[in-house]
Design a binder for this molecule. Structure first.
Ligand SMILES: *Cc1c(COP(=O)(O)O)cnc(C)c1O
Length: 490
């Protein structure tokens, strides 16, 4: 930031000698710092504690957040994060553990990880689990390396092709390319399923596997998923499941039983550990029996000693692809997800998915006569894909609608994903199960009102948001050239 730009707020508050904390008298002898570490003048703000608290609280209020409003960002599962998760993660016995502690002194933490491995394997119908990956995308990369290791182990080095439906999340082709594979795109058919003819045409002995999201990012359950898995297996390939949409399936369908070989979870989506703000995520990977030996480690196993007492220990699978991450994954996230699973139990998790699917269908039903839904003739799963096109308002695009929604106090849905070549002007809406009918109705009312405004006063949408501290940004530039320290012009 140049000198002429807006002065940072916290610096404006600065007043010489003002102090936020008073340190106690030193109880150790003073030590002279080496000359090269000394600075004449550190340009730090001198502010009181209340100034700092208000400054950061104010900044936090400029954002839309799950804690302040409905956040229907499709594919991201922005559900409410129950506070009991935070209580558990802050228990000193978990929060203060050193990752290099002797396992004998951390049996509680290892037990939690062991049980979480088992829960995650059970929920999706798989044999084994590794909690290492730090997020969904790293889970994908992990799963693909496992698939490659499996083929290589069988001498099938030529399997270097990954088939990916065109509705896939951008991380899918990116992770495949990172693992050295060639990506082949498979088109979707008119009903939002994988085009079986195109799939068959690409199946041969160079296929490493198929990477598929089910329900897919159109919110559609793949109607031929068993056949799809069967065809890939018949060609000697493996099926990778992008589990980002598991919020639709908990307690209802198990990908491992449908025919998937490997799947990642996003604990920060399905299992309510917070995500956003670049905070830590967690992307555990679950696999079928034949892939278990390739999992990244160390993972936790239980052993019984001579007295019949159970002990938990670290274990490296015999053909492991190695470590994916320092230490043991984002442990705090594991505690939160574990808590969420234990609080809900089997019935509760099933209810989560049932309500998530019901809520999305409710929105689809209420908006279907006003907005186009490319697959609106089908029931959707936990999210629904609309188009930001309004009859009688030809100049309005999805972005205008999203920006106007902010004036009504809602975070926008996901814009322009799925990609325009599949759904032009996509608005992917995922309410999650944690929104009440009243909130869903307020959201739908706002969407209907916006459609009316678009016809009578399109400029209102074009200039939106009107209530946000900053108006329309050049979003690409704003993301690349972050300006985090300047005062908001009033
Ligand atoms: C979120 C998401 C991912 C990537 O997960 P991250 O945890 O953000 O790395 C991959 N695929 C789909 C479908 C997603 O929604």
């Amino acid at each position: 930031m140049g000198k002429d730009a807006l002065e940072p707020l916290i610096f404006e508050l600065s007043s010489p000698g003002r102090q936020g904390v008073r340190l106690p008298e030193s109880d150790v002898p003073p030590y002279e710092l080496p000359a090269e570490l000394l600075r004449d003048h550190l340009p730090l703000p001198e502010v009181s504690q209340v100034d700092v608290t208000r400054h950061f609280t104010h900044l936090s209020q400029l954002n839309m957040a799950v804690d302040t409003t409905m956040y229907p960002l499709g594919s991201c599962t922005m559900k409410y994060n129950p506070r009991v998760n935070e209580d558990a993660a802050r228990l000193p016995g978990f929060a203060l553990l050193h990752p290099l502690i002797d396992p004998d002194a951390a049996q509680g933490a290892l037990c939690l990880m062991y049980e979480l491995q088992n829960f995650l394997a059970e929920i999706a119908g798989f044999a084994a689990c590794s909690l290492q990956p730090a997020a969904g995308a790293q889970g994908e990369f992990t799963g693909i390396l496992i698939m490659r290791a499996y083929h290589t182990d069988r001498g099938e080095h030529q399997r270097t092709k990954m088939l990916i439906p065109d509705s896939a999340h951008g991380t899918n082709p990116a992770s495949s390319a990172m693992a050295g594979l060639t990506v082949v795109e498979i088109p979707s058919d008119k009903r939002g399923n994988v085009d079986l003819t195109a799939l068959k045409a690409n199946l041969d002995d160079t296929v490493c596997g198929l990477m598929i999201t089910n329900p897919n990012t159109l919110g559609m359950f793949e109607e031929h998923i068993e056949e799809v898995c069967h065809l890939v297996h018949e060609a000697g390939g493996l099926v990778y499941g992008d589990g980002a949409n598991m919020n639709a399936l908990l307690g209802i369908a198990k990908p491992g039983e449908i025919g998937f070989d490997v799947l990642h979870y996003n604990l920060h989506k399905t299992f309510s550990t917070p995500h956003g703000g670049g905070g830590p995520g967690s992307g555990p990977v679950v696999v079928s029996r034949q892939l278990a030996d390739f999992l990244p480690g160390p993972i936790v196993r239980a052993v019984e000693d001579a007295d019949g007492e159970v002990r938990y220990e670290w274990y490296m699978p015999p053909k492991s692809i190695g470590r994916m991450r320092a230490f043991h994954g984002n442990f705090g996230m594991l505690v939160r997800a574990y808590t969420y699973i234990r609080v809900h139990g089997e019935e509760g998790l099933r209810a989560v998915s049932q309500h998530a699917v019901l809520n999305a269908n409710y929105i689809q039903a209420r908006l279907r006569d006003t907005y186009p839904f490319p697959h609106g003739e089908r029931f959707c799963m936990h999210e629904t894909c609309a188009q930001g096109k309004i009859a009688g308002a030809p100049e309005i695009v999805a972005l205008d609608i999203s920006k106007r929604l902010m004036d009504y106090g809602f975070h926008p849905p996901t814009n322009y994903f799925p990609l325009p070549k599949i759904v032009p002007e996509a608005l992917l809406i995922e309410p999650t199960e944690t929104e009440s009918k009243q909130t869903l109705d307020r959201f739908c009312d706002a969407m209907l009102k916006i459609a009316e405004e678009a016809r009578h006063n399109p400029k209102l949408l074009k200039d939106a948001p009107h209530t946000a501290p900053l108006k329309r940004l050049d979003e690409v530039r704003a993301a690349r050239e972050l300006v985090l320290c300047c005062a908001i012009p009033s």
